[in-house]
Every structure is written in C-alpha cells, then in structure tokens.
Design a protein around this ligand. Structure first.
Ligand code: ASP
Ligand code: MG
Length: 403
C-alpha cells in the first residue's frame, strides 16, 4: 500500500466547515487506495491564544507547563477531523504524538525528535483506518509532553513520512505554494514550481513562513520530497526537492522578510581572547539561537558586541547578558526591537557575481540604511529599520526581476 502523509495547517482547519472540507479531501485519496497518515495543526490561532492566556498569568511560565497547555490545541483538531471522516462513512482514528511513539529530548517548547516507533500507525493502517496524528508534539522518556517549536506540525509530518516509509509528504496551507516573496507585500510575486531543500531551508530560516525550517532539515536529510499546496483548491503547488529544474534556475529564488527578531548589544566587553566564546556559550546553553553577529572595532581594550535573537527569546537573553557583563566587568546591555531582516536566497548566487552589490543598490535607491549584513553560500541578509521593511522587499524583488 502506498502511504501518503498529508499535513493541514491551522488555517486549513480553522473552523468546522474547513475541517469538513479537509475530511472530504482526505477521503478522496483514501478512495484512490492510498494509506493515509494525516497530521493536523491547532485550529486557526489557537496556539497564539493559548500563549496569550498563559501570559495573563505569568511572564515566565514553566516550559513544561507551557507544553502541557499548547499541546491541547492539536488534540482538538485531531479529534474533530477523525469525527468528520467517520461522518463521511470512513474509518479514522486519532492519536497524540505520544501514542504513536514520537519520542523527544527534554528541551520543552522546542524539543528534538529522537525516535518514532510508529507501531500504532502501522497497525491502524493495516486495518484500513485513516490515521490522524496531532502535529507539533511528542513525549520524553518519562512521558512528559513536549512541543517541537512553532510551526512544528511540519516537522511531525516530515518525520512521520520517514518513519512510515511514505513516498509523498503533502503540506496543505492557505497559499498555493512557495512564492518568490510574500504576495501580501508584492502582489506580482510568483509561485515557484520547484525549489531545492537548501533554498527552502534558507528561506524558512530567514522568515518565509510557509514551512518550519527544522522540518526542511529533516526532509533534506532523508530526501523526502515535499509538495506545498493549498487546501482550498486543487492547484499544483511547489515541490521541494534535492535538485530543482535548471530551467527555473534564476540568480535568486526569493526575497524574505523577518520582523520577529530583536537586537541585543552588550557594551564595553573586554577585547581579549575567550570572551566571545564565553558570551555565546552562555546563550546557546539556554537553547537560544543567535543570528547575525557584529563586533565593533576595539577602543581602549574593550568593544561592543551586537547580535540578533528571536523576539520571543529577547527577555531571557537580556537577563542572561546582564548577569554575564556583571561577571566579566562589561558595560550596559541594550535592546532594539525596531529591526527587520530582509534577505535574498538562491543557489544561483554561487555562480553569479555582483549579487550583493545589486541588493545593496536596491536598498540605496529607496534610501534604506543597512545596520548589519550577513551572508551564507546561498543567501545575503540585511538588518534594517522595521518601517523600511516592505519598501525594501519590493525594491529588491523588482531589482532581481522576480515579478
Ligand atoms: N500549532 C502550532 C503553532 O502554531 C504548530 C503548528 O501550527 O505547526 O506553532
Ligand atoms: Mg499554527
């Protein structure tokens, strides 16, 4: 039996009508003879609502309890979808991540999957049932519930595809695929037919919201092709693959925008070997991932170090840094929330020159000042002021002829 994993995002199951619509779509594949493993996210904005609820009680919720809370969202959609499928006269069974043996480490709120047994899924499939699994969650060795980071249902889907030996992994969302940039900012943005894992990984890490970055890492590792498509129509979406069609190989594939980072500056840290290592170890130890780093020119034996972190980690990072600078005899710790990251991504960059210059030109033409720059083999990012973000994206998108 050919198994397909289908994942439906929050907007695809936002209300009862949409859940019924998903049930019909799933059943249509069942009728074609496929074995179906369906992963669902929480209804609409449920996860955000739950986070807001916790925030009304405390600024620093214990992360274990946060996972207990957030994991409930996916249980709701999971059970409702199973019911909707049964209503259509087909057999379905819903499971939590723990029930299907998704084992994770103990990093609450961003746990890593260690192993998936998938026994119960295989049994249920054998009995002809459509299997529905809660996205975004697993359990630790001690059966404590963990979640896999925001957008983690994508990761559940990809990891399950690997675990059950599925040929296809379809990610259903509210857009028709992966676009050259956010169509809400640039209406001329184009849907890509194909994109490589590496490009998608960069795009997702840099702010494209179609898929969770970690899920792409796993897809790449096990070479699981992903089809990102809309749950509202039957149009073909975007294939994420090892190698994309050369025909579509432009210099860059997309422009991304991330407004969910903040900048921390640790002032007057002693300019001597080992300090940066200590500073960033302090941060990584706490599971926070740092992005762009800039160290200023040293003056009188000390220097300022700036870096960006996800906005959700800002408070924690700031207090870590305050303790750190006290310990090493450094200066003040400043935060800046008024930043945005615009990036360009494309494997074509490897073989074309002058790409960075063209990006900076596009920014200069719109009088956008650049605060920080980082590059990778297939991406270039600029940190700019938030208010210039959309203007910058439009200008760059046009400059590279993506529309
Ligand atoms: N519901 C979770 C979130 O909003 C997981 C997901 O949607 O993939 O982050
Ligand atoms: Mg969601």
């Amino acid at each position: 039996m050919k198994i397909i994993v289908q994942k439906f995002g929050g907007s695809s199951v936002a209300n009862v009508d949409r859940i019924k619509n998903v049930a019909r779509r799933v059943v249509s594949y069942k009728k074609k003879g496929f074995g179906l493993v369906v992963v669902v996210s929480a209804l609409g904005d449920t996860t955000d609502d739950l986070i807001a609820l916790a925030a009304q009680i405390t600024d620093t919720p214990p992360e274990r309890e946060m996972d207990m809370l957030l994991s409930t969202g996916e249980q709701i959609s999971c059970a409702l979808l199973a019911m909707a499928i049964e209503e259509l006269g087909f057999h379905a069974i819903s499971f939590t991540g723990g029930q299907v043996g998704i084992k994770t480490d103990m990093t609450h709120t961003k746990a890593k999957i260690i192993d998936i047994s998938g026994e119960r899924i295989k049994e249920a499939l054998k009995k002809g049932k459509i299997v529905i699994v809660t996205g975004f969650q697993g359990v630790t060795q001690d059966q404590d519930i963990t979640t896999l980071g925001r957008g983690g249902s994508d990761l559940t889907a990809v990891a399950l595809a690997k675990a059950v030996g599925a040929r296809n992994c379809e990610i259903y969302t509210d857009v028709e695929g992966v676009y050259t940039t956010d169509p809400r900012i640039v209406p001329q943005a184009k849907k890509l037919k194909q994109i490589t894992y590496d490009e998608m990984l960069e795009m997702a890490s840099l702010g494209a919201q179609v898929m969770q970055a970690r899920s792409i890492e796993v897809a790449k590792k096990f070479d699981i092709p992903i089809h990102v498509r809309s749950s509202f129509n039957l149009a073909e979406g975007t294939m994420i693959l090892k190698e994309a069609d050369k025909m579509e190989n432009f210099v860059i594939s997309g422009v991304t925008l991330n407004r969910n980072e903040a900048k921390i500056t640790v002032c007057d840290v002693p300019d001597k070997p080992g300090i940066a290592a200590k500073l960033f170890k302090e941060i990584s130890k706490n599971g926070i991932s740092v992005d762009t780093i800039v160290q200023n020119v040293s003056r009188k034996g000390s220097t300022d170090v700036s870096f960006t972190v996800p906005i959700g980690d800002l408070t924690k990072t700031k207090s870590l840094m305050m303790r750190f600078t006290k310990k090493i005899g450094g200066g003040r710790v400043l935060e800046n929330r008024d930043i945005a990251r615009v990036s360009i991504v494309g494997v074509g960059m490897k073989t074309h020159s002058g790409v960075a210059a063209r990006m900076f030109e596009a920014l200069a033409e719109k009088k956008v000042n650049i605060d920080m720059i980082t590059t990778s083999e297939i991406s270039i990012s600029c940190i700019i002021k938030k208010k210039f973000a959309e203007r910058a994206v439009r200008s760059i998108h046009a400059k590279f002829g993506l529309g």
